[in-house]
Design a protein around this ligand. Structure first.
Ligand code: PLP
Length: 283
C-alpha cells in the first residue's frame, strides 16, 4: 500500500512526491535529519529530536522550514494518515534547490517527512538474541555532533559487518571507541556504566540522554569517558542505544563473547525501563 508522505507543505502519495535534482541534499549531502520512534501511535522523545534538529540547523546556518508546533502537527498527521502503530517518522531538511555552487545559496529549505512501519520495534528478535559487532576505523568527518545525511561511511561500516557475519560495527579512533554506525555504544562492568563523553566525535543521542538518566535513577554509576575494544571485550555487558533500537544488547565484539555471551540483566532492565518510560511520556 502506498504511503502518504510530506513534501514542502503538501501531503502526497509517495509515487507523486518530488524533490528537484538541484536539491543540495541530493547533490552535496547538504541536509540534516531526525528519526523519531512511534509506539502505540505516539511519538517518543519528540522534544529531544526537535531540539537536536534546531542545533544541527544552526551549526550549518540552515534556515528552519517550520516551527516546532508545525513539525509536531506534521508528524502526527503522517502517523494518523498512514495508520502507524509502531514504527518511525523520518524527517529531513536540506538547504534547498539552487544552481550547483559550494557557497550556500539563499533559497527556501526543502522539508520531507515519511513514515516506516516497524511492528517488531518492541519485540525485536535482535534485542532477544543480542548483537555481534566488529570494530572498524572511524573514517567519518570530524563534526559527528551534527546529524547530517552524509551516511556513506556508516553504510560501508554496516557492509563490512555484514561481510564478517556480524550485525553492526563499532568505530574506533585513536585507540578508543567512538560509537556504532547508527547508535551510541556502552559497556557495563559491575555496577558501572561507561559510554563515551559528548563532543564533536559522536552524535549526542536522544536515547543516550534518556538512558543515562534512567541508569542514574537505577543507582548505576555512570562514567562518561572513552573505552577501548579490549576493555569492552572484558566487560560484563555491552549494548547500543538509538531511537529505533532503544537499548539493544551486544553479546560479541570481534568474535569474542561478552560476559556470559548472552544479553545481560542490566541491559535488559534498561531496555524495559526505557520502553516503559518512553511509552508514558510519548505524545
Ligand atoms: N550515533 C549515530 C552515529 C547515529 O546515527 C545515531 C542515530 O541515528 C545515534 C548515535 C543514536 O541517536 P538517537 O538515540 O538520537 O537515535
Amino acid at each position: 500500500m502506498s504511503r502518504i508522505v510530506y513534501v514542502n507543505g503538501a501531503y502526497v502519495p509517495e509515487e507523486e512526491a518530488k524533490v528537484s535534482v538541484f536539491d543540495r541534499g541530493f547533490l552535496m549531502a547538504d541536509a540534516v535529519y531526525e528519526v523519531t520512534s512511534v509506539l502505540d501511535g505516539k511519538l517518543i522523545d519528540f522534544e529531544g529530536h526537535t531540539a537536536r534538529l534546531r542545533r544541527s540547523l544552526s551549526e550549518l546556518e540552515m534556515p528552519s522550514p517550520a516551527t516546532d508546533e508545525e513539525l509536531l502537527a506534521i508528524h502526527r498527521e503522517l502517523v494518523a494518515r498512514n495508520g502507524i502503530h509502531d514504527g518511525l517518522v523520518y524527517l529531513q531538511v536540506s538547504r534547498g534547490a539552487a544552481d550547483r555552487d559550494f557557497a550556500y545559496p539563499d533559497v527556501p529549505p526543502t522539508l520531507v517527512l515519511f513514515t516506516q512501519e516497524k511492528p517488531q520495534l518492541v519485540d525485536s528478535p535482535l534485542a532477544a538474541r543480542g548483537m555481534s559487532v566488529i570494530s572498524i576505523p572511524d573514517q567519518r568527518w570530524k563534526r559527528r555532533d551534527i546529524k547530517t545525511t552524509q551516511l556513506l561511511y556508516p553504510s560501508m561500516g554496516k557492509m563490512m559487518a555484514k561481510a564478517a557475519g556480524a550485525d553492526d560495527a563499532w568505530m574506533v579512533e585513536e585507540g578508543v571507541v567512538t560509537e556504532g554506525t547508527s547508535n551510541n555504544a556502552y559497556i557495563v562492568t559491575g555496577n558501572t556504566l561507561v559510554t563515551r563523553q559528548l563532543g564533536p566525535e559522536i552524535l549526542s543521542g536522544i536515547t543516550r540522554t534518556a538512558v543515562l538518566r534512567l541508569a542514574q535513577e537505577a543507582q548505576l554509576r555512570v562514567e562518561e569517558r572513552p573505552f577501548t575494544i579490549e576493555e569492552a571485550q572484558s566487560a560484563d555487558e555491552a549494548f547500543i542505544t538509538s531511537a529505533t533500537t532503544f537499548v539493544t544488547p551486544v553479546v560479541k565484539i570481534d568474535g569474542q563473547g561478552i560476559g556470559a555471551g548472552r544479553p545481560g540483566p542490566i541491559t535488559q532492565r534498561l531496555r524495559e525501563l526505557y520502553i516503559e518510560e518512553g511509552r508514558k511520556a510519548a505524545i
